[in-house]
Design a protein around this ligand. Structure first.
Ligand SMILES: Cc1ncc(COP(=O)(O)O)c(C=O)c1O
Length: 408
């Protein structure tokens, strides 16, 4: 791919032999990165920050970080420094690095459940579980589907609890007409692999209240572009290996494997946004609207057959789908995984088969457990062809949701 080539794959193109369609695919490749690098990097991280901030109507204050987890740790540590409160409320169904970020800020974790196994929250009820021990609550917008948490806001205000939106999966979606990320007190974003835009690492923190006056100069530490180039190369090699399993795994992955790190090990985080990530980020943002629409159309096509299995989308939100998450009976899931594998399409329960455990004595949340155990991630990314979509739909043609009563 050259910088000029249409990356939206509007024509039906057969996949290269031996290549498997992944769950999420980035829309850069190493040739593009190297071409941008060779051109000489005139882009500064400020340019990327400005371009990203445009998506939020330039409201609030935006800081570039090493990752979403880094952004979360920074904002939690800042608010904890001025408070005696030491607990944070998280969705039980979650990415474990979110829990690690809370721990790294020196805080303890409580968890809350879904209202159904299809990813729906009942925010008034969650609001009632807030206590004056809670410093913050993290509201997750999973898989590009924002959750309308307006009903949580009064309880959070009453208890003085900071609302942090986790937008790691969600960029360009809206809640009641406003971009997701603007309703909470702060929001975190990820530019890691399998996120809406990917920069082989990096993240952002959006601060929607002027009282949160975190010093940008302390947080933003741009790495040298040679290091960024190495990290892109490492990410590209890791992804190629994962999608083809051909050839030798990259050197760093081989060394990692010796040290018992899985061969898919990603670049070490946090990495920060330097000139190269900034240039690639702007290149992606210029194309993102088209990519977002393509993913949205793919999700719509699949939803025609999979709607009865798919996650809840509130009437008040407009999603920007990253993956289609479905809940399927174990036998139907095994069948669909096998069928898609034969067509070289990956579907898997990669986000996340286990719920996160709260600190101390916590509840076992049944809907989060069900979503974690019986969920499958289905790709909707921009590189899927119409044939791929038809193949996925036919793999699920007889699929049913789990029989929750029998499984109980
Ligand atoms: C929901 C969610 N939040 C936060 C993160 C953390 O993102 P990052 O890898 O940029 O720290 C991830 C992914 O890893 C995620 O899936």
């Amino acid at each position: 791919m050259s910088p000029e080539i249409d990356t939206t794959n509007s024509r039906e193109q057969p996949r290269e032999p031996g290549r498997t369609a992944d769950l999420v695919e980035e829309f850069w490749d190493l040739q593009l990165i190297e071409a941008l690098y060779r051109k000489g990097l005139q882009t500064s991280p400020n340019d990327f920050r400005d371009a990203f901030h445009q998506l939020f109507e330039r409201r609030g204050r935006l800081l570039l970080t090493g990752s979403a987890r880094h952004a979360l740790r920074i904002v939690l540590a800042w608010v904890a420094a001025g408070s005696r409160k030491r607990r944070v409320l998280l969705s039980s169904f979650n990415c474990r690095v979110v829990k690690q970020a809370v721990r790294a800020a020196g805080l303890a974790i409580d968890t809350f459940d879904f209202a159904t196994p299809f990813g729906q929250f009942e925010w008034e009820g969650v609001g009632r579980s807030l206590t004056d021990e809670h410093l913050a609550i993290v509201v997750p917008h999973f898989f590009g589907i924002p959750t309308d948490f307006a009903a949580l806001v009064p309880a959070a205000r009453r208890n003085g609890v900071m609302i942090i939106e986790d937008c790691a999966h969600t960029l360009g979606a809206s809640i009641a007409g406003a971009p997701a990320g603007l309703l909470g007190d702060a929001a975190v974003f990820s530019f890691n692999y399998d996120k809406p835009i990917s920069l082989a690492g990096g993240g952002a923190l959006l601060l929607n209240r002027s009282a949160i006056d975190i010093d940008r100069k302390v947080v933003e530490t741009p790495p040298p572009s040679q290091l960024e180039l190495r990290q892109f190369a490492q990410m590209a090699a890791t992804l190629l290996y994962g999608r083809t399993r051909r050839g030798r795994p990259p050197l760093l992955a081989r060394i990692g494997a010796k040290l018992h790190v899985p061969p898919y090990a990603q670049p070490k985080l946090p990495t920060g946004i330097g000139s190269l990530r900034a240039a690639v980020g702007i290149w992606q943002l210029e194309r993102y609207e088209e990519i977002r629409q393509r993913r949205g159309r793919n999700a719509q096509i699949l939803n025609e057959s999979l709607r009865h299995l798919a996650w809840h989308v509130a009437a008040t939100v407009a999603p920007a789908p990253l993956k289609l998450r479905v809940a399927v009976s174990p036998a139907d899931a095994a069948f669909a995984v096998q069928e898609c594998k034969q067509q070289r399409i990956t579907i898997a329960n990669s986000n996340w088969p286990k719920v996160i455990e709260p600190d101390g004595i916590g509840n076992v949340w049944v809907n989060a457990q069900r979503a974690a155990t019986f969920g499958l991630d289905v790709p909707v990314h921009q590189n899927l062809s119409r044939t791929d979509l038809d193949n996925i739909a036919s793999a699920f043609v007889h699929a049913k949701a789990p029989d929750w009563e029998r499984l109980a």
